[in-house]
Design a protein around this ligand. Sequence first.
Ligand code: NDP
Ligand code: ZN
Length: 353
Amino acid sequence: MKGFGMLSVGSPGWLEKDRPVPGPQDAVIRPKIISPCTSDIHTMMNGGEDPNAKNLILGHEAVGEVVEIGNMVKKIKVGDFVVVPSVTPDWTELGVQDARCAAHDSGMTESFKFLRRKDGVMGEFFHVNHADANLALLPDGVSPEAALMAVDMMTTGFYAAEMAEISSGDTVVVIGIGPVGLMAVAGAAVSRAGRIIGVGTRPVCIKLAKEYGANDILSYKEGDLARQVLEMTGSGADRVILAGGDMDTLRTAAEMTKAGGIISSVAFFNISETLSMPAAAWGFGLSGKDIRCGLCPGGALRLKKLMELIKYGRVDTAKLITHKFYGFDKIEDAFNLMAEKTPDLIKPIVYTD
Ligand code: NDP
Ligand code: ZN
């Protein structure tokens, strides 16, 4: 079968692979709609967590049709239209029983299997482990496109808001208003934030950030970002969410956070980066500022709950989609667009038929 991915680090391209075979608890899916993610681009450009990654089909955002199941799969049937979480834990591993690290089933980030431990969803077929626990059926009242935006963008953005433990009326800064940050803005709004300040420059993202609940927008390109937030708020933000930027942005986030506040990061840092923190930004060790970082938890239950938020009108995830491509071969165009990040882009999707 054909799939789009990386021949080696820095070389995107088409690959020829064997069609995957399901283990007893697994399923094989034919993707119907896929969307490339910023993390696919990171992996292609520098290997993500593995600088020697090669011969790998990319992609971890898909809805599709089940074409084959293992002999122990009970709930999911061949022919089901399913929503596939980007994070698919092995539910037999002890790590998932620890509520604090459900995304790390048998070791650091081990539940994130596409992209890292096996081929992703941008193939003619792809494999999903533990189908009954990981796959959700598309509910009535939720479009396939809206569901597709939940499998990574919404679950990650909302997880950033969840890690931030927002209290009613909190001032929340969301650094980065790409698709993940936009979902963090929406997540902060439904978590009862007071003032929400978004940080970014692309006009299409700024417009949508306001629709999702941002009250103010700041540009990281216009002067010291931490100072801008301190001037606006007086004493800093209660909660700061990181959904973009680089290793220096973590320091900036700490500088703008109130004593006792929480910095919640879902940003991916490259293997070559070193995270450091000046003592002053850290209150000389006495600030009580809490840095949390995380990979969103996976599985069917979380996805079902997120789709309830869509179904009952709390958030319209389909608004993230700015570009639509038709035909499996167009995956390459969508991927290139994602790599280029044109000013009018938030998320591209590809209908594979
Ligand atoms: P985008 O690249 O689309 O958006 C990044 C945002 O950060 C943009 O708003 C951009 O502004 C802003 N930004 C860029 N540089 C800076 C800077 N120096 N300071 C402040 N803001 C800056 O990314 P995505 O929304 O797709 O993804 C965001 C992050 O989340 C990525 O690191 C991605 O790898 C990670 N991710 C993590 C997951 C997880 O589970 N933990 C899952 C999925 C993604 P501008 O408007 O100028 O472009
Ligand atoms: Zn992703």
